[in-house]
Design a protein around this ligand. Structure first.
Ligand code: ATP
Length: 142
């Protein structure tokens, strides 16, 4: 199938911009799979994993919310933050998760629960993407 364009951008930078075959993104109501020539669509995203397939290769990225638009065979993702798997600092995400869990556990009066839950989800998404990359088997040698 002819490819479609996908552009993943944040306020700071273009994270990813390529012609791809499939995009899978964490829509607010569940995982969204988008193939070329998808009908126009606009939705919000939750924290999670974005996967794109191009040729035989799959790339995984973490996203922490934002908007997704499909229009004229182009997927545009305006992300609150997004990182490619290889950009993720796993130790930092682990520490962010520990802090968020601690805040949720102590449940102190000055803790903003919504903010702690959002931070927990961001860190979990980053860890999932970073670990998936680490455990993925190497491509066959030719
Ligand atoms: P932290 O508490 O570690 O800053 P956070 O979830 O509060 O995590 P964000 O506010 O979502 O961080 O992101 C701030 C910036 O730092 C963004 O540009 C984001 O891409 C980047 N970032 C956050 N966590 C990581 C990470 N573990 N690895 C690489 N970049 C990260």
């Amino acid at each position: 199938m002819a490819p479609m364009k996908v552009e993943i951008i944040t306020a700071e930078r273009v994270v990813y911009s390529e012609d791809v075959d499939v995009v899978v993104a964490p829509g607010i109501e569940g995982e969204l799979g988008i193939l070329p020539h998808h009908a126009p669509l606009m939705t919000t995203l939750q924290s999670g994993e974005i996967r794109v397939r191009k040729g035989g290769e799959e790339i995984s990225m973490a996203v922490s919310g934002g908007f997704l638009e499909v229009m004229a065979n182009k997927v545009t993702i305006l992300a609150d933050s997004a990182e490619r798997a290889e950009e993720i600092d796993e130790a930092r995400a682990q520490e962010a998760m520990r802090r968020a869990e601690e805040r949720l556990r102590t449940h102190a009066s000055d803790v903003d629960l919504e903010r702690a839950v959002a931070a927990l989800r961001r860190s979990q998404a980053r860890l999932k993407v970073a670990r998936r990359r680490r455990t993925r088997p190497s491509p066959p040698q030719v």
